[in-house]
Design a protein around this ligand. Structure first.
Ligand code: GDP
Length: 314
């Protein structure tokens, strides 16, 4: 079976490691969120693309969740000492990725091909693609504790200000006019299954589905998702701060509701079993229930197989 996975960072990375045990990696195309990409030190940094690439290559830092295992931060310390911007942590090895990407981009190669090439260099068998080569940016409108109205880049909200502001609205700037990256629509059209990774529905999957052509293409295929919300809270991250603003309750039901009209199946955690009847009756989705905490690749494989099983023809 050919599979397209829609992905954010960490939750997606763990899940995809399980998925490539359930299907051949060559049959997988991962379409990754780029709306929290940023320019810093003159470099394009693509946190979700790099997370997915590092996780699939086995080089991710499992403890920290982002970046490369065993990385050091000497370059960044020097940047700090010299008065440069140092609020966004980039490890030394990670910087190597950004420099290589900058070189390829400056030679005129598009981000999709650059992303494919870098993933291949990391030994990743799956195809990794950005959702778009155009600029789409998640902007967070928030209220600071002193009452100031803020309009922040997602990374300013999350990393620089550590999610301390009260979120009022989220918008995906540029999404109305952005075109899917080369290869994305083709992969979806050929897919036997489209899987939505257990990623933040607002910050990671929302921007991908905000591209109308991607949403429409996915809607024409069998789609199943996996809940990032377990026991009423995200396993990690700030989905609980963003989902209410988008109108979704912070529960496995709310996570399913985020994909209403798109997904025909949804995987939820054992401890959220009680939501299954509501997801079935109110959202019309098939539900699979399993332990979705992906502590290792065995656990991730079980979650991936549960998602695939929802789409197997009867
Ligand atoms: P990031 O926020 O850009 O790092 O990327 P993601 O959106 O992919 O990752 C964050 C989401 O993954 C959060 O909403 C987590 O709840 C979810 N997540 C992380 N680990 C797990 C896990 O082991 N199981 C499940 N079900 N969700 C997870």
């Amino acid at each position: 079976v050919k599979v397209v996975a829609l992905a954010g960072g960490v939750g997606a990375g763990k899940f995809l490691r399980g998925l490539i045990r359930a299907i051949p990696a060559e049959d997988l195309t991962v379409v990754v969120n780029t709306a929290d990409d940023l320019r810093i030190h003159g470099l394009l940094v693509c946190p979700d693309i790099d997370s997915v690439t590092y996780w699939l290559s086995g080089l991710a830092d499992r403890e920290r969740g982002w970046g490369r295992e065993g990385d050091s931060f000497r370059a960044l310390e020097e940047v700090k000492r010299l008065g440069g911007e140092a609020w966004f942590s980039l490890g030394d090895l990670d910087l190597g990725t950004h420099l290589a990407r900058a070189d390829l981009l400056s030679s005129g190669i598009g981000l999709a091909e650059v992303t494919r090439r870098i993933a291949r260099r990391f030994g990743v068998g799956a195809t990794v693609l950005p959702m778009t080569e155009d600029t789409v940016t998640t902007r967070i409108e928030a209220l600071a504790s002193d009452g100031e109205h803020l309009d922040l880049h997602f990374q300013e909200y999350w990393v620089a200000r550590r999610a301390r502001d009260e979120v009022k609205a989220v918008r995906y700037e540029g999404a109305e006019v952005a075109r899917p990256a080369p290869g994305v629509l083709e992969a979806i059209a050929e897919a036997d299954a489209v899987l939505i990774c257990p990623s933040n529905p607002v910050a990671s999957i929302g921007p991908i589905l905000a591209l109308r052509d991607i949403r429409e293409a996915a809607r024409a295929r069998p789609v199943a998702g996996v809940s990032p919300i377990v026991g009423g809270a995200p396993v990690l991250g700030m989905a609980d701060r963003l989902m209410p603003v988008a109108g979704w309750e912070v529960s496995a039901f709310g996570a399913a509701a985020a994909y209403s009209g798109l997904a025909k199946g949804f995987v939820i955690d054992d401890r959220d079993r009680r939501f299954a009847p509501r997801i079935q009756s109110e959202l019309g989705m098939e539900v699979a229930v399993t332990d979705t905490i992906m502590t290792d690749d065995d656990a991730a494989e079980r979650v991936a197989r549960a998602a695939l099983s929802l789409l197997e023809s009867p």
